[in-house]
Structures are given as structure tokens and as C-alpha cells.
Design a protein around this ligand. Structure first.
Ligand SMILES: Cc1cc2nc3c(=O)[nH]c(=O)nc-3n(C[C@H](O)[C@H](O)[C@H](O)COP(=O)(O)OP(=O)(O)OC[C@H]3O[C@@H](n4cnc5c(N)ncnc54)[C@H](O)[C@@H]3O)c2cc1C
Length: 420
């Protein structure tokens, strides 16, 4: 079954598989946002002889399947970021993600990427009737990060979202949402136009050091390169063990409803995207054709569409019982890559291999940030910020780690239920 995004993106866009023997300056492995953004930031700096290799199609992974929320911050929450890094460094890293949100807006305009961008902000809705916690978060964002998230009372929220589930909200006006696959395709088209060699159906099978450079092998090609950047997210499998063992692939699920037409008004009277204050939160947004896109849950299981539909329909109806009879037209899952510390992993191995991964469920802006930082470093224009280095590549312990992550999710889900 196609995802909603696949069925509404450009079906004719395709890039040829790489065949033969080639020599390039930089090879980027993975055509998700991390790879695309790295290539784009290199191109914008005038880099020549750059190649991007994607195993499937551009945006096949999390980048073409996600909720479409574009906002600052990381998977690790902000209070924890300050606790771990200190205020100065935490502020600097958070600011890089806000710069990335701005960079995405600018690229959409500059490259005329038609990706249904909806600049209507994001609402964080209070699930627990815990005004104090929400006010505390609002204060933290304002005093520590100089960011204004507007307070909405219960009554104001109920004017926008026709449900009794929420008790107030914070509104992040600078955030927006878009069609993630159209954005990925738009970047790829622009890269190709600018001279970057983009190849799909070109899974890299091995990466080996060879003299001062690298050799990469695909089914039909051999590539020699001066620099290699690995950006394979939760789809890395066994490609490069030193990197693969540092991320946990974790699934999350999305469905879309049939077009709701006027009926959408009986659910949402805002174009903002919405998520809530639970650990195991729902995330959803209205689409340009009046459908509702609904996402949620995390699991170690990449479930079939029928199961995803069953699980998410129940979640949707819990918040909006008026949609009990709604038809679900698309259901899919996608894999995120999580590091144990929940921060992105952006850096260089001692042998010189560059990487960007571990963006978790909060990766649209951070991958864009990573691309910019890596392009700067690759062009000799600046070192990576020390904050990321300190997080490193701790092992995630394979299947055992996945079981532990699932158990911890269930525990947090139970805690959410108890708290309510
Ligand atoms: C369902 C879902 C909802 C989400 N919602 C949001 C959201 O609303 N907002 C937000 O900020 N974040 C969200 N995220 C997270 C965000 O999408 C990711 O953090 C981000 O897209 C990761 O980008 P990436 O480039 O690291 O990985 P990916 O997009 O997964 O790309 C990795 C690519 O590498 C390719 N690859 C793997 N192995 C090879 C190989 N050997 N050779 C060549 N290519 C290879 C894969 O095919 C894939 O295309 C969500 C994620 C999911 C799954």
C-alpha cells in the first residue's frame, strides 16, 4: 500500500541507479533529509563533484513518511538538555535548530518547492490538566531560550479543537507543517539541477578505507571518494557496524482519513498541527485536501497497514469520537533512529568517516542543521560544535536494546495513563 505522501507526490521523479566505476570528491550515503541537507549545504557552498546514493528512492525512509511538523529542538527535552550541557551550550544547540527551521522556509521559497507548506504554527495540548507544568515549560522557553510560546486557555483550545480531551495549550507560532516527501523530492531535484549526482536504487554494500580515501561498493558500481558521509537513519541495518550498533531503529505509525470537506470543521478550526503532553503522544494535522493526518505510538515493530489502522483509529476516536465512522484511506509506519542519549549523532570516526544519524522522532529541523554543520566542516569552514561530540556513539545492544526500549515505552505509557 502506498503512503498518502507517495500517492500525492510526483510519481515521475526518478534518478538512475549508479553503474560502473567512478571517482568523486564526496559521497553521501542515504537520501533522507540528513543526506539531502548535507548535499544541499555543500552545493550552496559551491562544492563540485558530490554524489548522493540512495538504496530505494529519495525520501523512502523517515524523511518521506513523517508527521510533517517543522519545529526547533531535539528528541531530548530542553530541560534535560540544559541539565546535561549547561545553559550556554544548550542555548547554542537549540538556536541551531531554530536557524534550521528558518533555512527550510528559505529553501522552500528560494527553490520554489511546492510542498503544501502551512505556516500556521504548532499547538502543544495539555492532556493532564496540569497547568503548572505547561506554565513551567512556557517560562523555561522564554527565560532560557528567548522563545515565546503563547499560552492558550482551555476555552481558547476548545474553540480550535472540538474535543474535551485537552485543558490548555502552548502555541509555537514559528513552527509549521508540510508534505515531507514533496519537500525531499524538491531538494533532490534542485541538487540534480545544481550538478550533484543523485542515484536511487543504489544501496551501498560496503565502505572501506583505501589509502587516503574510501572505496564504496553497490550492486552495479564501485566508487572511489575522498570523503564519505553516512546518513542512513533507522534503515542502516548492517552497513557499518561502528555506526549501526549506536542506533536503535524504532517504528512509529501514521494514518490519513478520507477528505472530510466541511466535516473537518467539526474537529479542528485551525490549520495548526497538534501534539500533546504525554510521553506517548498523538500528533496530527489537517491536510490541504481536508483530510486529517494522524500519527502516534512508538514500537520496535514495523507493523502492517491493517494493524496500524486499527491502533490509530482507536487513538483518533478517543480524542474525536465524532469521527468514529470515518474512513481511513492510508496507513503506514516508518523507522526512526534513536541514540541511547536521544541526541543526534553528528561527527567523524577516528578513521575519518563522517556520519549524521540518531535524530529520533524530532528530526526535520535537526537533520537540516546537521547538513549545514557537516558541509561547513567538510569545506574547512569550521569544526562541529563540541556539544554533539560529548554525546558520542554509545552502543544500543541490538535486540536486547530494542526490548529495553519497548519496555520503557510501555512503562511511560502506563505512567501517562496513571497520571491522567
Ligand atoms: C512516522 C514518523 C513521523 C515523524 N514525524 C516527525 C515530525 O513530524 N517532525 C519531525 O521533526 N520529525 C519527525 N520524525 C522524525 C524524522 O522524520 C527523522 O528524524 C528524519 O527524517 C531522519 O532523517 P534521516 O535522513 O536521518 O533518515 P531517513 O529519512 O530514514 O533516511 C535514511 C535513508 O538512507 C537510506 N539507506 C539506508 N541504507 C542505505 C544504504 N546502504 N545505501 C544507500 N542508502 C541507504 C534509506 O533508504 C533512507 O532513505 C518522524 C519519523 C517517522 C518515522
Amino acid at each position: 500500500m502506498l503512503t498518502y505522501y507517495q500517492s500525492t507526490a510526483d510519481p515521475s521523479l526518478a534518478f538512475p541507479a549508479l553503474v560502473g566505476q567512478v571517482e568523486v570528491d564526496v559521497v553521501i550515503v542515504g537520501g533522507g533529509y540528513a543526506g539531502l541537507a548535507t548535499a544541499m549545504s555543500l552545493l550552496e557552498r559551491g562544492a563540485k563533484n558530490v554524489m548522493l546514493l540512495e538504496a530505494q528512492t529519495v525520501g523512502h525512509g523517515a524523511s518521506g513518511r513523517n508527521g510533517g511538523f517543522v519545529f526547533g529542538g531535539f528528541s531530548l527535552d530542553n530541560a534535560e538538555l540544559i541539565r546535561q550541557l549547561g545553559l550556554q551550550q544548550a542555548r547554542a544547540l537549540y538556536q541551531l535548530t531554530l536557524d534550521a527551521v528558518q533555512r527550510i522556509r528559505q529553501r522552500i521559497t528560494q527553490y520554489q518547492i511546492d510542498c503544501d507548506a502551512q505556516y500556521s504554527g504548532v499547538l502543544l495540548a495539555d492532556w493532564f490538566r496540569d497547568e503548572r507544568a505547561l506554565r513551567e515549560l512556557q517560562r523555561l522557553m522564554q527565560t532560557q531560550f528567548d522563545v515565546q510560546w503563547d499560552w492558550l486557555s482551555r476555552e481558547q483550545v476548545r474553540e480550535l479543537l472540538v474535543t474535551k480531551r485537552y485543558h490548555g495549550a502552548l502555541f509555537e507560532s514559528n513552527a509549521f507543517h508540510f508534505h515531507p516527501l514533496k519537500y525531499a523530492q524538491g531538494l533532490a531535484r534542485q541538487l540534480q539541477g545544481g550538478g550533484v549526482a543523485v542515484h536511487e536504487s543504489s544501496a551501498v554494500q560496503s565502505i572501506t578505507r583505501q589509502g587516503a580515501g574510501w572505496q564504496l561498493q553497490t550492486a552495479q558500481a564501485r566508487i572511489r571518494a575522498r570523503e564519505v558521509v553516512v546518513c542512513c537513519g533507522g534503515y542502516i541495518e548492517r552497513l557499518y557496524p561502528a555506526l549501526a550498533r549506536a542506533v536503535l531503529p524504532i517504528a512509529t505509525y501514521v494514518v490519513t482519513t478520507e477528505p472530510l470537506g466541511q466535516r473537518l470543521q467539526s474537529v479542528m478550526r485551525t490549520q495548526a498541527a497538534v501534539y500533546d503532553t504525554r510521553f506517548a503522544f498523538d500528533y496530527y494535522r489537517p491536510l490541504s485536501d481536508t483530510r486529517l493526518l494522524w500519527g502516534g505510538r512508538i514500537s520496535i515493530k514495523d507493523r502492517a497497514p491493517a494493524q496500524v489502522e486499527r491502533l490509530l483509529r482507536a487513538d483518533l476516536v478517543r480524542v474525536y469520537p465524532q469521527l468514529r465512522d470515518v474512513r481511513i484511506t492510508h496507513a503506514w509506519s516508518g523507522m526512526m533512529s534513536y541514540a541511547r542519549h536521544k541526541m543526534p549523532q553528528i561527527g567523524r570516526l577516528p578513521n575519518g568517516l563522517w556520519y549524521a544519524m540518531g535524530f529520533g522522532g524530532h528530526g526535520v529541523a535537526p537533520t537540516t542543521m546537521a547538513g549545514e554543520l557537516l558541509a561547513q566542516a567538510l569545506s574547512g569552514q569550521g569544526a562541529l560544535p563540541p556539544g554533539f561530540e560529548s554525546y558520542g556513539l554509545p552502543p544500543t545492544f541490538g535486540a536486547l536494546g530494542r526490548l529495553a526500549a519497548q519496555a520503557s515505552y510501555w512503562w511511560m505509557q502506563a505512567r501517562d495513563a496513571w497520571r491522567r
